[in-house]
Design a protein around this ligand. Sequence first.
Ligand code: TRP
Length: 349
Amino acid sequence: MPNEGSFEAALRRSDQIQRDLLVHPEDYTMLTGDRPTGRLHLGHYFGTIKERIRLQDLGVSTNVIIADYQVITDRDSTEHIADNVLDMVTDYLACGIDPARTMIFTHSAVPAANQLMLPFLSLVTEAEMSRNPTVKAEQAASGHALTGLLLTYPVHQACDILFCKGNIVPVGRDQLPHIEMASKVARRFNERYGKVFPDVAGLLSSTPLIPGLDGRKMSKSYGNAISIGMSEAETAKLIKRSRTDSERTITFDPEARPGVSALLTTAAICTGRTPEEIAAEIGAGGAGQLKRYVTEAVNGYFAPIRERRRKFEGEPDFVRDVLHEGNRRANEIAERTLDEVREAMGMVY
Ligand code: TRP
């Protein structure tokens, strides 16, 4: 985590941009993305996908990268990568990302964007890369030695953002060190070679983080995540299996009652109510009644999204075309930016 001071500063900047966006959406280019390591879940949806759609609908230029090279930052295999990428496009479309307005593409299909990595790496030091707290945490969690890619992926992420001249990046707090890296790279490139790249800022979400069903961070590997593409029955089963506690009366207390409180937060986000209100309503009804309420809230909220998802699952050629068209456009933009970079660096022969 970045220190409190820099977090406060990032938050102020983010709030300022949120206000300006409503007046001048045309001044902003959003770039953000996801690692295709599995299905998208409610944490992704409420944490960032909903925000992307809001920005898209405001008229901001919106770009979403499926970060396939980031999959191998901390794991040894690309198992199921093709299915995961196409599933991710399907989830995006189901949620309301409109491919006519939002460019969807992958790292591996855009060589000119990857090529920015070479000049960018010359602008940062090993010490700067080594002290990135998110990289350190990911390395510790992986149990692997620090690979060259894990060490340098925040610079690669700067390539993602800067090839399309992204100036806003909706992210969670854990990604803020990467945003700082991207803005540092842009600033140093411009100072050294002349202005090519914009200022980059993170857009922090105001939605409270949605926990997994056990109160920990929502993650597929913890088995506590409801994925967007689950059926109603699968959702019901997962919620039913979730652990609560032996106290009958439902109260909202995330510290002492993580399971019950995670269920309340989930229901609150899906219904627009507060967790306290829902807790008071259920009261002595107990965990059984709470779980039924949460199941209905989640299934109700996601019904139209899941219906669209099933429709797109039946149109795999369309889903693939969306990605191919996104890749084609991304290449055009990346080639243009790389030309500007060559020119700024005097590498035109
Ligand atoms: N690192 C992000 C994640 O793990 C995914 C990502 C890749 C990204 N490139 C990006 C996010 C560029 C924002 C901007 O979720």
